[in-house]
Design a protein around this ligand. Sequence first.
Ligand code: C2E
Ligand code: MG
Ligand code: MG
Ligand code: MG
Length: 279
Amino acid sequence: QAKQTDKQQAMTFSEDRKARIDRQLLLERDLLTGIVNKQFELHFQPILAAESLKVIRLESLLRWKHPLLGYIPPVEFIPLAESSQAIVEIGYWVLFQACKAAKHLHNEGHTVQVAVNVSVIQLEQDHFAEDVIQILHKTGLPPEQLELEMTESAVMSFGRAPEAVQKLTEYGVAIALDDFGTGYSSLSYLRKLPIQSIKIDKAFVTELTEGTSDKTICAAITQLGHHLGLRVVAEGVENAEQVAILRMLGCDELQGYYFSKPLSWPDLLAYLSTRKAEG
Ligand code: C2E
Ligand code: MG
Ligand code: MG
Ligand code: MG
């Protein structure tokens, strides 16, 4: 009886595995045609100044609606796009759309920066910095209005990435360290990186309440960031208690469902004009 169960389990396990691999192959195959067939969409999540609660930046977040499988979350397809190099093409599209959107908003009188997530695979490309500069030219967005979000491992990598980051910084583009605290932060290195801000990973914010070790961690990251002259942003803010704690700790900017989910382009326009009307 027990053996039978083991065997059945082994069967389901290998079937699950097969189904998972089939899905991965299908998604990987469809990534590039997804751009051509307009299956990708950029959503934008507001980032607010912690004190004034003014929207100062929008983080662009990629959405993919697969024709057969429906909505695929970025945590699933971004790694596939990275391993298949499709991220280079997709990332270019994202950068272009994000800069175009920000330029459009400026023309409409909304002064907000745009933040774009960048993968290490993109950074390692021969012409990454030049591509970004070209996109800024084409869209007419001033470099100061663009922030690139990248993980610590990307900025500290041994390849071409640090050079590209340096070049873009000199050009005026801002760099943020995303998901701070979860990677291998080499704190001595942090001082030398050409970055303007760090984003506390939402893992430390999700269960942030008084008296927790998460509060101690958020406090330490905020102090460290400020000592190094960096802006500190908290992501994943979902309730008023978290807002109060993060403000008390001196966190500079807040982002999360408490303020707004990532918004589609039409929803974003409505959100911004409502806020503007309200002053
Ligand atoms: P990330 O850059 O750290 O983005 C923050 C993620 O947290 C987003 O998930 C966002 O929707 C989610 N989030 C925001 N506020 C809250 C909140 O209050 N609570 C919770 N639970 N979650 C919140 P999303 O959009 O699913 O993206 C996941 C990750 O996929 C991103 O993490 C980023 O690493 C990657 N990604 C998304 N778009 C792009 C892109 O265009 N290019 C690249 N290379 N990566 C991207
Ligand atoms: Mg990000
Ligand atoms: Mg993050
Ligand atoms: Mg993340």
